[in-house]
Structures are given as C-alpha cells and as structure tokens.
Ligand binder design. Structure first.
Ligand SMILES: *Cc1c(COP(=O)(O)O)cnc(C)c1O
Length: 234
C-alpha cells in the first residue's frame, strides 16, 4: 500500500471513529482533502481512492491543478485561503466553493464575476471566533448582516460557516470556540435554513470538532504529509 493510501485510510477511519464516539452518522461529516502546495499527481491519487472534495489556499497553485485535472469532471474545488479582491475572478470562474468569505465587497465582486452559465458559487462565511486582532474572519455580530446581503445575490449560495480557531494546546479553550461556532450556526439557520455547513477541524483537532458539531473537517498534513511552501512562491 502506498503512503498516501495508508494516510487516507487512517484519516477516514479516524473520522468514522470520531463519529461513533459521539453517536453521529459518519455521512453527516464531509472530508475536505487540503491539497495546497501538493502536486496534481498526488491529488489525482487521492481522487482515485474515492475522494472528491479538495481544498486549495493559493489562487495560482490551485488553478494549476484545476487545469491539470480538468478531465476529472466530478472533482470539487474549495478555495479556503485568504482572497484578495484582485483575484476574485479566478475563484468565481473555476472553483465550486469559497470558504473564507468575510467582506461584502468580495461577495459583490464574486457575484458579478460568476458566469451565468455556472451554478451559483457556494460560500461559507469565515468567522473569527477567537476574536484575535490580526485574524481574518467576521466577528460573530457581523455574520447575520453579511448573510442577509448575500441572500440577495443570485450567483452566490450561502451554505454555512467556517472557522480557524485559536492556535492553542488548551483543549477546553478550543472546545469553547467550536461550541460557540455551533451556536452561531444554529442562530444563522433560523433565518437562513439552507446554511447548514459548519466547517471546522483540521489534522490536529478533528475529533474535538466533530464532537462539537462540525459537518466538514479540512485535512491536509495527515493525508498529504508535511508541506513545502516553495510551490506557492511563484
Ligand atoms: C492548511 C489548512 C488546513 C489543513 O491543515 P492541516 O493541519 O494540514 O490538516 C485546513 N484549513 C485551512 C484553512 C488551511 O489553510
């Protein structure tokens, strides 16, 4: 068995175990394979194992793989990195999801640039749940107003929320942030019932995130191995 096959199997087993441990249906948690900085051939190898949803953080790095793998017509590309306004067109024209929306200006550009021939771009609002000063994402109180304006944008489809919690070894602190996200997600669904996705949990904390209600975990390192950032320097 190849390393990547072994890694992929152990991640899917961890996911199933995490769901079993808190009495959740494994089908209620999607696995997003985060392939940033990794070559198209590795993405294709994971696709061949049955994986369909892949996450990319850098526009050009992601676009290179979308082009190289255009023969895989049911592959699903999620943009999960910070998005500058001068790069929105590439995301609007080539990705299926954007998980890091946190500004109305970016939403408007994406809505204008999404081709009419494509289904609406699925979006998650990124929440700065720890309230750290330098971090991207909306503060909790700004989620509903942005959700309301996105609801009027025909080429965007609001699917839910995403967060990158504080980097901490304190599990209780982390769990509190995940639980705050769950509460926010429930509040959002009162007025936006279609916004059911809650994207949280990475290689190091997927079990905790699932126990707290995550519906999508984003796993990079534990599937693809450690990253080499030179691929993103071009
Ligand atoms: C890189 C990245 C991940 C994956 O992190 P790992 O710790 O490698 O699993 C998940 N989410 C986002 C937003 C990322 O940038």
């Amino acid at each position: 068995m190849s390393t990547i096959q072994h890694n992929y199997q152990s991640v899917t087993q961890r996911l199933q175990q995490a769901c079993a441990d808190c009495g959740r249906d494994p089908a209620s948690v999607r696995l997003l394979a985060v392939s940033k900085t990794k070559p198209a051939a590795m993405v294709e190898a994971v696709y061949q194992l049955g994986q369909r949803a892949f996450g990319e953080n850098y526009v050009q790095d992601g676009m290179d793989k979308i082009t190289a793998l255009s023969h895989l017509d049911d592959i699903e590309w999620h943009f999960i990195g910070p998005l500058q306004s001068n790069k929105t067109r590439i995301v609007a024209e080539h990705f299926h999801w954007l998980e890091t929306l946190d500004r109305e200006k970016i939403a408007r550009r994406l809505n204008d640039q999404r081709p009419q021939s494509m289904p609406p771009l699925k979006v998650l609002l990124q929440v700065n749940i720890s309230g750290e000063a330098q971090k991207s994402g909306l503060l909790a109180q700004d989620v509903l107003p942005l959700a309301d304006s996105i609801a009027g944008m025909e080429q965007l489809s609001l699917q839910g929320l995403m967060c990158i919690p504080e980097h901490t070894d304190d599990d209780e602190r982390l769990a509190q942030q995940f639980r705050d996200m769950k509460t926010l997600s429930q509040q959002l669904q009162e007025t936006h019932p279609g916004a059911r996705v809650l994207s949280m949990g990475m290689s190091g904390d997927l079990e905790l995130a699932i126990a707290c209600g995550s519906t999508e975990v984003r796993i990079g390192t534990d599937i693809f191995g450690a990253r080499d950032y030179s691929a993103t320097q071009k």
